[in-house]
Write a protein that binds this ligand. Structure first.
Ligand code: NMX
Ligand code: MLT
Length: 433
């Protein structure tokens, strides 16, 4: 595959930069740690390295140096569709090079060969109680495939550290194409009486996902947009950090991704997309047929805050403006579903919630994140089982975290092991007697 050759070249070019930084500049200080950071989730501590994406608090995400609109613009598009091939985007995330159409299609074809879900995974999922959360099923499905790991096989045979990235890359390319298939299998198992739809050999990753979900066009483009937008958000977020942390012990891609997905399943992280829809549906129920107004939205938001809960889909640990992933999906809505009542309500919440959060004065960022806008699009295209929404996030997120752990292996990043201190030590540093 041209992807693998390009990646090998990029790795060779990159290695001396990391080696030089370590050898000649290892003592240069990057970040200080305050007491608040030690207690408060290491917010803002700069102690992770990735070149796959970078998050600026005001501009938002850049994938390999490009903003979201620039990324969508530059990548090869599926003929007749609005959004790029997910496979071409993966090539770009991995290598930082924009693939040609031919290079993209080579990945599309290779991924088709690798996407069939093993029968034992289906058996495992069918054996689970049907009311199991789809994120549990998704994580279990990934973990069940760990026996396939090429990294483990080659590690057990004995290989040099310099070669680690190669079987990691193979694991990643075996696992990634199966994820949308696994997600669609879970969806139809849980919500469509296990009435499964076979893969279509003519379709790319996004197209086949829509097909196996049983949702018509333009849901294929929705899937492409969704997976790309949710792919990566630099390295400190819970799913990326967990995947990296677990992989740093030389655990393989299956172990690492399954762990990262478990982190994504938390309501302060990816599950917020489910929470947004659940909040909105409860609000509508309480209205009992009344038209929503800004005043009613404001009251409901205050009720949520006053009962000690967070407003889902708002706030961020790094961002200090509206998430450009929110804006990108809002633009999609303005184009495809401008008059849809649920979109109008989501827009009304966007108008009101930042003011409410500012008035409350706790959240450092009152603006919406990606999760505030993703559910309405799914709902509009008929995917109303909102406890499934975080699985969609998990398919997208795999693109970024799997690219990252391949690079972790290539650059020989160390096992992660920060140091902890005791409360008494913090008190001593603070000068408390
Ligand atoms: N609603 C109510 N309170 C909030 C919110 C919110 N949306 N955002 C922050 N706060 C509170 C936060 O709980 C904290 O309160 P306390 O001092 O009582 O502990 C205070 O404001 C300061 O928090 P921040 O420093 O602004 O935020 P932090 O970096 O700790 O957390 C989030 C970031 C994203 C976890 C937080 O904003 C939040 O809980 N948002 C709602 C859940 C959500 O949308 N999560 C999805 C994030 C994106 N993703 O997909 O992962
Ligand atoms: C993410 O996409 O991972 C979320 O926005 C959370 C984060 O970046 O901290």
């Amino acid at each position: 595959m041209k992807l693998k050759k390009t990646l090998a070249k990029k790795i060779e070019e990159h290695r001396p930069r990391t080696t030089r930084l370590l050898k000649e500049f290892g003592d240069v200080e990057v970040s200080k740690v305050t007491v608040a950071q030690a207690i408060g989730g290491a917010r803002g501590v700069r102690c992770l390295v990735t070149d796959v994406s970078y998050l600026d608090p005001f501009e938002g995400i850049r994938f390999r140096g490009r903003t979201i609109p620039e990324t969508f613009e530059v990548l090869p598009k599926v003929p007749g569709r609005e959004y790029p091939y997910v496979e071409g985007f993966f090539y770009y995330l991995m290598t930082s090079e924009v693939p040609t159409e031919k290079e993209t299609l080579e990945v599309v074809e290779e991924f088709k060969k690798r996407r069939a879900l093993p029968q034992y995974v289906k058996d495992v999922l069918r054996a689970m109680p049907r009311d199991t959360h789809p994120m549990t099923m998704y994580s279990a499905g990934i973990l069940a495939m760990q026996r396939e790991s090429e990294f483990v096989k080659q590690y057990n045979e004995g290989m040099s550290k310099m070669e680690y990235w190669d079987p990691m890359f193979e694991d990643v390319c075996n696992l990634l194409p199966k994820l949308p298939v696994l997600a669609a299998f879970i969806y139809r198992l849980k919500y469509k009486d296990d009435d499964q739809i076979d893969a279509n050999p003519d379709l790319d990753m996004g197209g086949n996902f829509a097909h196996q979900m049983g949702i018509a066009e333009p849901y294929d483009d929705v899937a492409r947009m969704y997976f790309i937008l949710h792919s990566d958000h630099e390295s400190g977020n819970v799913s990326a950090h967990t995947t990296h942390l677990v992989a740093s012990a030389l655990s393989d891609a299956y172990y690492a991704l399954s762990a990262g997905i478990n982190g994504l399943a938390g309501p302060l992280h990816g599950l917020a997309n489910q929470e947004v829809l659940s909040w909105t549906m409860k609000f509508q129920e309480q209205l009992g047929g009344k038209e929503p107004t800004e005043e009613l939205v404001r009251e409901a938001l205050w009720d949520t805050l006053n009962s000690g809960q967070v407003i889902p889909g708002y706030g961020h640990a790094v961002l200090r403006k509206t998430d450009p992933r929110y804006t990108s999906q809002r633009e999609f809505c303005l184009k495809h579903l401008p008059d849809y009542p649920l979109f109008k309500l989501i827009s009304m919440i966007y108008k009101v919630a930042p003011g409410v959060l500012e008035e409350q004065g706790k959240a450092k960022n009152p603006w919406p994140n990606v999760d505030a806008q993703s559910g309405v699009i799914q709902w509009y295209y008929g995917l109303k089982e909102y406890d499934f929404y975080t699985v969609l996030f998990g398919v997208g997120r795999a693109l970024g975290v799997l690219a990252n752990i391949t690079w972790d292996r290539a650059l020989g990043y160390a096992i992660e092991r920060p140091k902890s201190v005791t409360t008494a030590m913090l008190e001593e540093v603070a000068g408390i007697k």
